[in-house]
Ligand binder design. Structure first.
Ligand code: ATP
Ligand code: MG
Length: 580
């Protein structure tokens, strides 16, 4: 960890208000180094909204030569599952970040308990016997002050005794709380003697039955930040009203000056240098056509609307991953959206364009046919096969080349041929010409139909002068179509995904229908397609542009080189834009 001021950022480095605060703090020598954290609750998998918080906290730490902790906020026993902890770690790494230390809020239960005893000793907290309903009734409203609990003036000794007995498990769930003694008339309701501890006799996944009491979020979160020496605690805007309480907890407990409170951590081998953190809020990432609530994402899984948390239609990070979205494309979205205090909804098309932008540069090209129609080149000998060499990327030679088999019979897309062309149709028509990509120009001599009048085969002749590399190859025809050599094509299952919801704001349409009524039934369509061999041979998670069709990824669970399964990541153009 360096104590030198961080190097000046590159000219194109993000310059949002949070980075400006960090820059100013470093310039003023307020911190030797920047420490941040990302604090998810392990009660579900991470979603696209979390990506913003991850990129920000880990990104700022990286840019300014500091570090970022991954802290699992596991203060709610019973709600949290170790499976989610592993999933969160995997997703953060996949996005391209690594943590300085992995911590759990439950590592600090003993510290929180000692801090609570200190507050009681200082006359700043008391045990309250009011029920939850009574507490609510005493709290007042936005326009009316609250009333003091009849238990507010208990003496320090009595409070210490009662709180120790709460900890010993002597009282029933909900029968008592420990409350901060702040101000029942405060304009900010969060300061009207908020609860610090509640009784819950529920086993915890890390601490087992050790604790019958659990700290409340505001208390645990503020103290966790202070304990870990977090300098900038970045969170979303809904915590703005909690900041005075956050600061109250940090200041009144004053961990840096009370090492006796955190001694147990040092004994347990945790390196801790407590500091006074500063909370800074930013606006959430909201995307149209997306759900960013873990509870609702869980509902989609539990009610069987999707095939699990990693279903490619889900906007969880693992769903996006399986769909073929790239970490770089997601980071690009977060960059584009920027960091501010302004709440807004970002159009999903912006997200898709970020993914396209990344994949256009990073995905090699291949050919695939998803709705096949047979085309026979009648002026090539029966059984003719040859090997062509194609560039893997039209704009980047470093991608190299590959061999593409060509044969007398090829598959083309059914929609690249029509008998009755609409105006402007540039592809194949009876008697017309089209370029077979990388081969040459073919003319449609004959249309073969079955008994029902359905087109089953096109018989074409290849202009030998137009073959790739020959002088006639530059002859102009209107259209170029892709193809796959029938003799060497590999059959593939191709999953065509689209947006999971058919309205932009599924949970806020105001049409009286439940949000699940807006699930798009056409968001998944499975077809059988044909791939060129070099696409079929892909490793799981390899992404390609299938020319003229879109970007596709070899499914990370189901794809096998001998039995390929591809998911459509995104089409080449925005098919949802008006008029598209
Ligand atoms: P949910 O309400 O879906 O459970 P949460 O906000 O409670 O989500 P946490 O696990 O507590 O989820 O979130 C961890 C961090 O991610 C928090 O700091 C939170 O502010 C941030 N975060 C969550 N959703 C978003 C979002 N849509 N945009 C930006 N940051 C977010
Ligand atoms: Mg939460």
């Amino acid at each position: 960890m360096s104590t030198e001021p961080a190097a000046p950022p590159a000219a194109d480095a993000p310059r949002d208000f949070i980075r400006q605060i960090v820059r100013d703090d470093l310039a003023a020598g307020r911190h030797g180094a920047i420490h941040t954290r990302f604090p998810p609750e392990p009660n579900g998998y991470l979603h696209i909204g979390h990506a913003k918080a991850i990129c920000l906290s880990f990104g700022v730490a990286r840019e300014f030569d500091g570090w970022c902790n991954l802290r699992l906020d596991d203060t709610n026993p019973g709600r949290e599952d170790p499976e989610f902890v592993e999933g969160i770690k995997e997703d953060v790494r996949w996005l391209g970040y690594d943590w300085h230390e992995l911590r759990h809020a439950s590592d600090y239960f003993e510290v929180f308990y000692r801090a609570a005893l200190k507050l009681i000793g200082d006359g700043l907290a008391y045990v309250d016997d009011l029920s939850a309903d009574e507490v609510r009734a005493y709290r007042g409203t936005l326009t009316e002050p609250g009333r003091d609990s009849p238990f507010r003036d208990r003496g320090v000794e009595e409070n210490l005794d009662l709180f120790r007995r709460m900890r010993a498990g002597e009282f029933a769930d909900g029968s008592k709380t420990l409350r901060a003694k702040i101000d029942m008339a405060a304009g900010n309701i969060n300061l009207r003697d908020p609860a610090l501890y509640r009784i819950r006799k529920v086993a915890h996944q890390n601490t087992g039955d050790a604790w019958p009491i659990y700290p409340m979020y505001d208390f645990a979160h503020a103290l966790s930040d202070a304990l870990e020496g977090i300098t900038h605690s970045l969170c979303t805007l809904e915590f703005e009203d909690h900041r005075p309480l956050y600061d109250w907890c940090v200041d009144k407990v004053d961990l840096p000056n009370h090492p006796e409170l955190w001694q147990p951590l040092l004994e347990a081998g945790l390196k801790t240098v407590p500091a006074k953190p500063r909370q800074i809020e930013f606006s959430r990432l909201n995307l149209s056509y997306c759900i960013t609530s873990k509870r609702k994402l869980a509902q989609l899984v539990n009610e069987g609307h999707v095939d699990g948390w990693d279903d490619p239609r889900m906007n969880t990070l693992r769903g996006l991953r399986r769909r073929g979205f790239t970490p770089a494309g997601i980071r690009l979205l977060v960059d584009r959206v920027g960091v501010s205090k302004q709440n807004s909804v970002i159009d999903y098309a912006v997200f898709e364009s970020c993914i396209r932008e990344d994949l256009d540069a990073s995905a090699p090209r291949r050919m695939a046919v998803l709705d096949p129609l047979k085309l026979v080149v009648i002026n090539l000998p029966e059984g003719h096969e040859e090997t062509l060499v194609f560039a893997n990327h039209p704009k980047d030679e470093s991608f190299g080349t590959r061999e593409v088999p060509f044969s007398r019979e090829v598959w083309i897309e059914r929609e690249d041929f029509t008998e009755v062309p609409p105006k402007g149709f540039k592809r194949l028509v009876p008697g017309g010409e089209v370029r077979l990509r990388g081969v040459g120009i073919v003319k449609c001599d004959e249309v073969v139909k079955d008994a029902g009048g359905h087109v089953v085969e096109l018989r074409v002749s290849l202009d030998p002068e137009s073959r790739h590399g020959l002088p006639g190859a530059d002859r102009k025809v209107k259209g170029t179509i892709h193809w796959v050599a029938a003799a060497r094509a590999v059959a593939a299952e191709v999953r065509l995904y689209d947006r999971l919801f058919d309205v932009p704001a599924p949970d806020d349409e105001g049409d009286g229908r439940p949000w699940t009524a807006h699930i798009n039934p056409d968001a998944k369509r499975v077809v059988q397609g044909w791939l060129e061999p070099a696409a079929a041979a892909a490793a799981p998670e390899q992404r390609f542009q299938f020319e003229r069709l879109g970007y596709f990824v070899a499914d990370r669970e189901d794809h096998r080189p001998g039995a390929p399964v591809f998911n459509r990541v995104v089409t080449l153009r925005d098919t949802w834009a008006k008029g598209a």
